[in-house]
Design a protein around this ligand. Sequence first.
Ligand code: URA
Length: 220
Amino acid sequence: MPRTRTAPPLVSDATIRTSSYPESPRDREARQQLLDALNDQVRGCKLCALLARQRTQTVFGVGNPLARVVFFGEAPGADEDRQGEPFVGRAGQLLTKIIEACGWRRDDVYILNVLKCRPPDNRNPEPAETANCRPFFERQLEILQPEYIVCVGTVPSQALLETTDSIGKLRSRFHRYRDSKVLATYHPSYLLRNPAAKKYVWEDMQLLMRDMGVPIPGKG
Ligand code: URA
């Protein structure tokens, strides 16, 4: 019988992990329980008084807790604040298209933001707000232990990599955060304003898929 080549799965494989960081459970339910407990803490957070007062709800993150790839955004907007889920507005729909262009579904990956509360008028997070949310997103990433983190936009890239470099400088190569490989690319909101930049995001996604060893749609 001919051997069929199956694509590497989109969930991470514990057997290839050699980590110096605390191990997160490999069992999906156990990992989800840790995320749920962290989400309870996030829901009760009032460290950013203004954001806590103005939010409809906190926006924690969604997706597969065993995903190999995590998409890391900036902060909830009005739609996300209303629905309690990251990336569900116009920019979110474009992010979903980017994920689908890779041949994946939204729930194959995990999606989270730097901030768990909506900043007023969608302004950029203040440094103090990022600092207040840092223990939450760092713990979330520690539980998820993704192989890859795709930072979409300047805010998550700079927050995770603790740099002031621009996306133009950071994109198109891998960085490191703990045991994860990090790719920085343009934010879908930027792409809505500058559709010509979509080709750069597609280049970055191809770099990601090649490194993951998964087939690139449209490339034989
Ligand atoms: N932009 C983000 O960075 N995150 C969202 O959840 C929505 C829009």
